[in-house]
Design a protein around this ligand. Structure first.
Ligand code: NAP
Length: 301
């Protein structure tokens, strides 16, 4: 029986056991995936205990992603380039050479959901693609900015955050981070088309092709996100990574004015695939019916 799980604190809210439970059942795998509460002061011991007890690996959620990355760095574990860029790990697995690997699958989850969930996706990879606006500058924003630089062709990425210093810090980080991107071809270059902003001006809104909310605003029990979409380009994709509720007021407003929208649940679903494949040996695939069924299961009480 293959064992995996997710560590976090608190952990009772985690949807990952339901998600992996669904996949284990779909593929008829004799395996388990459990939520494991790990207090910050016990992180190292619990990390070691799980591997000693034969876990194939585990996911890491709030508040441990950065600490696990640091632990992996300190101990010289293998770290994927994505986790290295984002400085946070959400998945641990053992590779073919028996090495412990720390990676970050949030970036893949974000992008796969955008790719599969948006009819206008093609636009983002064409020269018609103009700029992206990222609301928020936390851990999720970091993973997303990395992905947009690596995979898309934006002339400009704008970051707008309540705490401007954090937006500046994130922009500054990627301005100095050497990354292969669609503009550079095979060359590793810093991405200096990124800017922290304090408001979305008419000019910025008009040439936006993607707007992503990465803040926790709009989430159940959180204040609503207050943003004026009046001048937003009508073809801009509006993507909210908040998934509870599935249709946030940002998405409802965007949809009512004709913008294509992408909900956040797919990001959660697709980020799980890498770990599942590494631990249980099968690369998951979901039909649209299964995706809808899983979404319903995840969002049911
Ligand atoms: P984080 O690192 O704590 O960042 C939180 C962000 O939200 C920061 O930019 C913060 O701004 C902003 N924020 C929080 N409260 C705010 C308020 N009252 N007004 C304005 N801004 C506020 O968290 P994270 O890991 O990036 O996650 C952010 C959200 O994304 C959460 O809701 C999380 O559930 C969701 N998420 C979804 C997925 C998915 O799979 N769909 C994956 C990861 C995260 P300040 O810097 O000013 O504090």
């Amino acid at each position: 029986m293959i064992k995996a799980g997710v560590i976090g604190y608190p952990i009772s809210h985690s949807l990952s056991p339901k998600l992996h439970g669904y996949l284990l059942q779909k593929y008829n795998i004799k395996g388990s995936y459990e939520a494991i509460e790990v207090k910050p002061e016990n992180l190292k011991q619990e990390f070691d205990r799980l591997l000693e007890e034969g876990y194939a690996g585990f996911n890491i959620t709030i508040p441990h992603k950065e600490k696990v990355f640091e632990l992996a760095q300190k101990r010289g574990y293998k770290i994927t380039s994505i986790a290295n860029a984002v400085k946070a790990a959400n998945t641990i697995y053992i590779d073919d050479t028996k090495s412990i690997v720390a990676t970050n699958s949030d970036t893949f989850g974000f992008y796969e959901n955008l790719r599969k969930g948006s009819n206008n996706f093609k636009l983002l990879n064409s020269s018609a693609s103009k700029s992206a606006i990222i609301l928020g500058a936390g851990g999720a924003a970091n993973a997303i900015v990395y992905n947009l630089i690596a995979n898309c062709q934006f002339e400009k990425i704008y970051i707008l955050n309540r705490t401007k210093e954090k937006a500046l810090k994130l922009a500054n980080y990627y301005e100095n981070y050497f990354i292969k991107n669609k503009l550079s071809g095979d060359e590793l270059i810093p991405f200096n088309h990124i800017e922290a902003i304090e408001e979305i001006t008419f000019e910025i809104a008009a040439k936006t092709s993607l707007l992503v909310n990465t803040t926790s605003l709009g989430m159940k029990n959180q204040p609503e996100l207050n943003i004026n979409l009046a001048h937003l380009n009508k073809s801009a994709i509006v993507y909210d990574i908040v998934y509870n509720p599935l249709f946030t007021s940002l998405l409802k407003t965007a949809q009512s004015r004709g913008n294509p929208i992408v909900t956040g649940i797919g990001m959660l679903i697709y980020q799980a695939f890498e770990g599942f494949e590494k631990w249980f040996g099968i690369k998951p695939e979901l039909s649209s019916e299964e995706f809808a069924e899983l979404t319903k299961i995840l969002l049911s009480k």
